[in-house]
Design a protein around this ligand. Structure first.
Ligand code: PMV
Length: 336
């Protein structure tokens, strides 16, 4: 019996300040636009992978639930494992166990954290010794946003131009300590799994949204503004750009056929409240990914006020206060 090759990694979720929506290559997961995100402290996926002759097929357990062959979750994990086997020239099947410490598939970039952790764990287990750039390209093949979760702090995913995707990877803009008073308040408005997965949703948008090209043009300008805002630590520019970019993404989602609505009633309530709070002089901005959860961005000086205001909003099930966090790392603690 061959000695099992086991490794574990932790990767954090991220939220996009300039979002990615739409692929130019579905197989290689190459985006139509570049994006920028913040890796979030405390919200993470812990993944253990074990390659062994003892398995006659891959096994995937997420949050104590085993996914069967044929389920989307199983098939994407298996596809990823086949890719890494090809790189490593290995025939060994694997068992993957992963736990998230936040609601899975509810739009908190669980796939980003999950695939970033899986990329790092498989790289370690099979002794591939990939550097961070290569690791971010590998994570990209699991889920686009996972590309960015390899790094800590503020991260850019360059869309790249090449057909083979070798120039589409993430780069750190600034580390987690760069902006010490930068805060993100995650407002959980539902713990249910999202109805439309981003993979299917974005394909639908690219195929049917009549204003998709407008989104691509606008995201180029937003990218420049966000990079400038981060470089100058200009919070107002960052917040305004991120909030408007989020609204533009949801506008193209809604003008997809059939329309994609990720918001629930509390989502809209939080968004409208944030606009009101700004009028009252509390500087904060919202951002929403492919889910009903709202992330409020503010500086430490306003955190108490925003938290207090959130407590009075009906429909918020849980609040997580976080800040820029760590990149992917290997840990000794295995899940099995
Ligand atoms: O990488 P995916 O398939 O989970 O898509 C991510 C899409 C958004 O979260 C909406 C935007 C982004 O850039 O993270």
């Amino acid at each position: 019996m061959q000695k099992p090759i086991k490794a574990s990694a932790i990767a954090n979720a991220n939220i996009a300040l300039v979002k990615y929506w739409g692929k130019r290559d579905k197989k290689l997961i190459l985006p139509n636009n570049s994006s920028v995100s913040v890796t979030l402290k405390d919200l993470h996926a812990h993944t253990t992978v074990d390659f062994s002759k003892n398995y006659d097929r891959d096994i995937f357990i997420l949050n104590r639930r085993e996914f069967r062959v044929g389920t989307e979750e199983y098939e994407y994990t298996e596809l990823f494992l086949s890719l890494i086997r090809k790189i490593a020239k290995s025939k060994l099947r694997a068992k993957v166990v992963s736990n998230n410490n936040f609601p899975t598939a509810a739009g908190l970039a669980s796939s980003a954290a999950g695939f970033a952790a899986l990329a790092a764990a498989t790289n370690e287990a099979l002794g591939l010794d990939l550097n961070k750039k290569k690791l971010s390209m590998l994570a990209r093949r699991g889920s686009g946003s996972a590309t960015r979760s390899i790094y800590s702090g503020f991260v850019k995913w360059r869309k790249g131009k090449k057909e083979d995707g070798t120039d589409s990877y993430a780069k750190q803009i600034a580390d987690a300590k760069y902006w010490p008073d930068f805060r993100i308040i995650v407002c959980i408005t539902t713990k249910e799994e999202k109805k439309i997965k981003s993979r299917a949703g974005m394909a639908q948008t690219v195929a049917t949204c009549p204003v998709y090209n407008g989104w691509l043009r606008a995201s180029k300008d937003d990218l420049k503004s966000i990079e400038r805002a981060i470089a100058k630590k200009d919070f107002t520019l960052l917040g305004k750009t991120a909030e408007r970019n989020c609204l533009k993404m949801h506008a193209i989602m809604m003008t997809t056929t059939p329309p994609i609505f990720y918001f629930n009633k509390p989502t809209i309530d939080v968004m409208q409240s944030v606009l009101e709070w700004r009028k009252e002089g509390i500087e904060c901005y919202f951002s929403i990914d492919a889910s009903p959860q709202v992330k409020i961005i503010c500086l430490e000086e306003n955190i108490k006020k925003v938290k207090e205001k959130c407590k009075h909003l009906k429909g918020i099930k849980k609040i997580i206060i976080t800040k820029p966090g760590e990149g992917v790392r290997i840990i000794k603690k295995h899940l099995f």
